[in-house]
Design a binder for this molecule. Sequence first.
Ligand SMILES: Nc1ncnc2c1ncn2[C@@H]1O[C@H](COP(=O)(O)OP(=O)(O)OP(=O)(O)O)[C@@H](O)[C@H]1O
Length: 698
Amino acid sequence: MTVAMYGRRLSEVDSVEYGLCFGRLDFDDGVTRYVGRTGLLDPDRSKPPLLVDWRADAARPFYQATAAAPEGVRRRRHIHTSGRTVTDVNDEVLDLSAPRSEWREEVTGEAALLAALTADRTGRMRDIVETIQSEQDAIIRSGLDGVLVVQGGPGTGKTAVALHRAAYLLYEHRDRLAKRGVLLIGPSPTFLRYIGDVLPGLAETDVLLRTIGDLYPGESADRPEVEGAAAIKGDLSMVEVMRRAVADRQRVPDSSVDMDTEYGPLLLTPEEIAEARAAARSTDRPHNRARAVFVTAVLAALAAQVAHRIGEDPLGGENLLGEADVDEVAAELAVEPDVQAVLDWLWPVLTPQQLVAGLFGTDARIASAAPDLTAAQRRDLLRPARSGWSVSEIPLLDEAAELLGEVDGSAANDREERRRAERAAYAQGVLDIAAGSASIDVEDEDDPEILLVTDIMDAAILGERHVDASGATTAERAAADRLWTFGHIVVDEAQELSPMAWRMVMRRSVTRSLTVVGDLAQTGAAHGASSWDEVLGEYVADRYRFRELTVSYRTPASIMSVAAEVLSRIDPRLSVPRAVRDVEDEPWRVLVSESALVRELASSIDRERELIGDGRLGVIVPRGRQLALAGALGLDVAGDLTEPVVISSVDRVKGLEFDAVVVVDGPGIVAESRHGLNDLYVAVTRATRRLGRIDVTG
Ligand SMILES: Nc1ncnc2c1ncn2[C@@H]1O[C@H](COP(=O)(O)OP(=O)(O)OP(=O)(O)O)[C@@H](O)[C@H]1O
């Protein structure tokens, strides 16, 4: 315990070494307070701390105080350091008489903010603890319980806020969260690499970063999929399809089945099998666990036949075999190879992998489980066995695991049972609260009517679940365990998740403590969301808190006007966020013939690289052109983001940013998918400085 505590403190001190202290507040009453990446107590405990952790309540005015509402702060100072040397300070005097434009009032630490925003990109996201803005801070510090939805346009800091919120929650609710950990879901492995340094840099290691594609332990999705198949597999109707797929594996043949045994040939009639199946199904247990009931019933039927044959009293009296003898016969039959083969055929033990791959392996199985699909849709779903998983199949594996239950080990069964009980308790709690609440104000966090986890589950139950002596970190243990439930889940780019993916995520949250961040205008996935109510209604009805981010920190005003034009084509009622700054570089656009495209792109890349110096250039192209263009230009499509030039389709750069971006064949991007305009909107909002577009004539 002590070792763990000091180990943690050591890695914390290591990770905050740079930029340890970055802020100072001078209050009207003469008090001075320093704000930093971690807290440091004065050796004389009667004195105030030497340094206040950015997440502590005492640091709040550093982010929230404004000239209009100064919270007692006279001056806010941003301190810049290099190593252990102070290199610069920027002061803000919170005085209303200082001239400021109307909305600049919302910007805190303007000089420090602009310095952070104009710095060269490195291909890795940085933390923003020094310059968190007040609308962001309010979200970061919002309460732990319930579902918080954060909607905001491109570059408004949703990802940054989501990460800092995870760090804040772990600080503020360490007791509740450290044991159970926090899960953060991002849209792609590239994205997770991009954000991967932020939390360790803030000394937080209890956060598991995952995509939906690798959320199922032991599997990862690497097979691309056609849009039509992804849309079907992501749809909620798959719940019923999967249920039927399991039921189809519980066979009742049309005619009797015979088998050779030590007791001679035996016969099972369809009626006997149907009866055994009904008994097993009536237990309501998952398939693999209900199998024991099926097996017992079949063996009893077979043993009865044997008893009838060998125990019949020639004088017409009672059967000569007693109950114990019949049981013994059943036990002996259970290990007969022929009997086992028949049982495996009638009610096979199934893994989720077998069920899902089996379902999509033959047209007949798909047709039986999904009778509403057309022949063309079924063709889309068909895939060879052992061809790897697609992202949209991962939630189906999870669904299958729920329907099938654990195959082996009573410990796993116990845990499964316990989780079912927890869910039931939660559901009961929801009902009780719903029944007792006349009106629910979702905006008010302190409203006692809002669902609080502590209202519905005893904290002791929540805490007790994940005790482990192996020494692995919470995140490591959680990653390996499908049944793990997290203390809090953050879903970034949440608009991309399909309804089936949401089911998978929600299974990992008994307490419904989630932060959901996204932008509905950036939805790219075939089965992605178009309304938060639609996404969350199923789980929390309308009981979620909704916050919006309105200022874009990434995208300069001139580029934002290009984005605004794209957005108006998506929906004229939508508006882009306000850009916090502008740059001198104007967006450019050229039109070239197909044959001149590679030459033009190559020279644009050279020119842009020269202009951005050490910064990063992103070349965003239609998926269909990716390989050809990368080949012609000598670029690697799977290249790391820290490379000076990255070529990619839109899906891989979702959530990412570059100093300069060249978008190739915008109309091609639009034509490529159902949400093509949204994809183009994402593409044109990735640059912090320069945007170019090369379109192709004809
Ligand atoms: N308060 C801030 N101080 C400094 N930089 C910030 C701040 N807020 C956001 N940024 C920067 O702005 C950029 C965009 O932020 P982020 O990626 O979190 O936006 P987003 O809303 O998730 O964008 P998208 O929807 O396009 O994925 C990042 O480089 C981030 O570090």
